[in-house]
Design a binder for this molecule. Structure first.
Ligand SMILES: Nc1nc2c(ncn2[C@@H]2O[C@H](COP(=O)(O)OP(=O)(O)O)[C@@H](O)[C@H]2O)c(=O)[nH]1
Ligand SMILES: [Mg+2]
Ligand SMILES: [Zn+2]
Length: 308
């Protein structure tokens, strides 16, 4: 029997059956699946389609196989780790949910997620939440980021789970396919889900006074079915996105503004860091490439985990 993984807890997964009563069952991974993908901390993740077997004698469900993924969002388990962690699979869009303050916006963090999405061919958008908190000055900062990302082909949407700003458009956008909400803890992912789909019951956390960061309320990603055939995956807040070992040319390729100017560099293998006659560096100087994005590019290239 086939099933859709709603949640993964390592060896145990929660699965929606795709036939019969379409109930939700807990299943255990067969050892061979674990062995097939030793580099991953979780060989099966939410959004995966799996083949299940039911043992009538014991009443146990086991996962016998995993269907090939269309795509996935994976990162390093930690920045220095050789192991990877799969956040979610078979996605139609990734939303990087952010706020300007509490938690503070970080272009470097957004760019790491956007690069990963681009590398796996998944459309990506930024969602700047908590617009109810903005004054004129913060709104102009928000507009600035919108311009920066427009040049990178990434739309920046504004929203507030509290005031309802932008939720109508967001609900429409969420109405098809499988969408992943990811980003820093405390940005409002779960609050947005609950505002968009009342009754979903995603756990939210208050900003803790001591750290001014969201408390940890979700420990694993959860796939919610919206009832219209669409699905939304809420994910636990992440502190840093440990980026995979991409080749330098791949990193440049997935920054569309850099890709656009690179053909005019003198050297075909130009890394845009120190070479003479570099069209990319020139474009940064002339502000045809946004400085913020170029700084991110350099920091990813040098594997610097200091986000800006
Ligand atoms: N001012 C404001 N606070 C919000 C908004 N959305 C969420 N919050 C608050 O931010 C904190 C973290 O929200 P939560 O949904 O748990 O964030 P998550 O970690 O990204 O899922 C909670 O205290 C929410 O009430 C919003 O649109 N505006
Ligand atoms: Mg949450
Ligand atoms: Zn160059």
């Amino acid at each position: 029997m086939k099933g859709l993984v709603l949640e993964s807890h390592g060896q145990r997964v929660t699965v929606r059956l795709q036939a019969g009563d379409q109930g939700v069952v807990q299943a255990t991974l067969r050892g061979k699946i674990r062995l097939q993908n030793l580099k991953s901390t979780n060989p099966v993740c939410c959004g995966d389609l799996v083949e299940l077997c039911y043992e009538a004698k014991t009443g146990d469900w086991t996962v016998e196989g995993v269907a090939e993924r269309r795509n996935h969002m994976i990162r390093k388990a930690t920045n220095l780790s050789k192991q990877t962690h799969a956040l979610a699979a078979n996605l139609d869009r990734v939303w990087v949910v952010c706020s300007l303050f509490e938690p503070k916006f970080s272009g470097g963090f957004v760019d790491r997620i956007a690069l990963t999405a681009a590398a796996f061919g998944i459309p990506c958008r930024v969602l700047l939440n908590k617009s109810d908190r903005w004054n004129d000055e913060s709104r102009s900062i928000a507009e600035h980021w919108r311009e920066v990302y427009a040049a990178a082909g990434i739309e920046v949407w504004f929203s507030s789970a509290w005031s309802g700003d932008g939720l109508k458009e967001l609900a429409n956008a969420m109405n098809e396919g499988t969408q992943l909400l990811t980003g820093y803890s405390g940005a409002g992912k779960s609050s947005l889900l609950n505002a968009l789909f009342p009754g979903l019951g995603a756990a939210t956390g208050a900003i803790s006074e001591s750290s001014r960061k969201g408390t940890h309320t979700t420990t694993t990603a959860t796939l919610y079915e919206t009832g219209t055939g669409a699905a939304i995956i809420d994910s636990p807040g992440i502190k840093e996105w440990g980026i995979l070992d991409f080749e330098p040319y791949e990193i440049a390729y997935h920054f569309p503004e850099i890709r656009e100017h690179a053909p005019a560099c003198r050297y075909p293998n130009c890394s845009h860091t120190h070479e003479p006659h570099c069209a990319v560096q020139l474009a940064v100087q002339d502000q045809r490439i946004h400085h913020e994005r170029f700084v991110s590019y350099l920091s990813i290239l040098t594997n610097d985990d200091q986000y800006n």
